[in-house]
Ligand binder design. Structure first.
Ligand code: ZN
Length: 295
């Protein structure tokens, strides 16, 4: 089964819910980066969140970058998504290994860290991107984004992100984002909150092979939801190219490039998102130096 996302309206249109299955793309990320179980869960949650936010992108050229810089052993984390829900990401330390929590779950909060910042960078084709930031709440990622929506965007939001990992890899991964429309009553909110308290974790529901439509109904406690499916299939895809890295080398400037030519004679650049290697020979570098000189 391929990864999917749906949007649905519940409570007669007063509650907006997005539900996503990212099992395949999180497994892809695990394989590309050789992620440990806790790193798989952490990056998997961030990639899933990126896809949930990416489905809100209006213009085809726009993209969203999510970054977490905190004091946990996993180091810096990043995920980038475009309007077609192509997503990519990395963590600084993919091998981070921690004991399980007392409840038997992977300790994502400790891996990520409790003190740090969450950055939401929206590139919407303007000269400067829009940057939203908020301090981390717990490093568990879903809670951190819930806090971001409450503080920065003033939208009451409930977010769940889950990744189930066993020794063979990712068993299930996904999430949901529920947002309340202004016309929601206090009664609706209480009903929703009580329901959310009792619903099983998203990764468990996906593991039980429930459809996204069924999950949306269970999570909202409403069996009369209106589902709107998206044409976009979320997938792990890196858009790097030799030309893009060439631009990066040009921006280093003439002196720096000369330095590389004199010391190593060539350059090898590795993409952080997909680990693809790009070789630049001395001939390539001489050409790049010429371009840099003309700038
Ligand atoms: Zn790449």
């Amino acid at each position: 089964m391929s990864d999917r996302i749906i949007r649905a309206l519940a409570y007669g249109g007063k509650v907006n819910i997005k539900c996503i299955d990212t099992t395949n793309l999180v497994e892809e990320a695990r394989k590309i980066h050789g992620l440990s179980p806790v790193a798989t869960a952490a990056l998997g949650r961030l990639l899933t969140m990126a896809c949930l936010m990416g489905s809100d992108i209006k213009e085809s050229e726009d993209s969203i970058t999510l970054q977490i810089k905190a004091d946990g052993p996993i180091g810096q984390m990043s995920a980038v998504v475009d309007s077609k829900l192509n997503v990519k990401g990395y963590v600084q330390n993919p091998n981070v290994d921690l004991p399980l929590r007392e409840d038997g779950k992977l300790d994502v909060g400790t891996a990520v860290g409790k003190t740090g910042m969450l950055y939401i960078i929206k590139d919407i084709g303007l000269k400067e991107p829009y940057i939203g930031l908020t301090p981390l709440v717990s490093g568990e990622i879903a809670e951190d984004f819930t806090s971001y929506y409450a503080k920065s965007e003033q939208i009451p939001t409930a977010i769940a992100l889950g990744v189930l990992v066993n020794k063979d890899g990712v068993k299930s991964a996904g999430g949901y984002k529920i947002q309340l429309m202004p016309e929601t009553t206090n009664e609706d909110i209480t009903r929703l909150e009580n329901n959310l308290k009792n619903v099983k974790p998203i990764s468990k529901l996906l593991e039980e092979e429930k459809s996204l439509e069924e999950i949306a109904e269970l999570v909202c406690g409403d069996d009369k939801i209106l589902t709107l499916t998206s044409n976009n299939t979320p997938q792990y895809k890196c858009d790097c190219s030799k030309e893009r890295f060439e631009k990066g080398l040009i921006s280093l400037g003439k002196t720096e490039i000369e330095d590389i030519i004199n010391t190593d004679g060539k350059a090898e650049v590795v993409c952080k998102f997909c680990n693809k290697k790009y070789e630049f020979s001395s001939t390539d570098l001489e050409k790049i130096k010429l371009i840099a000189e003309q700038k």
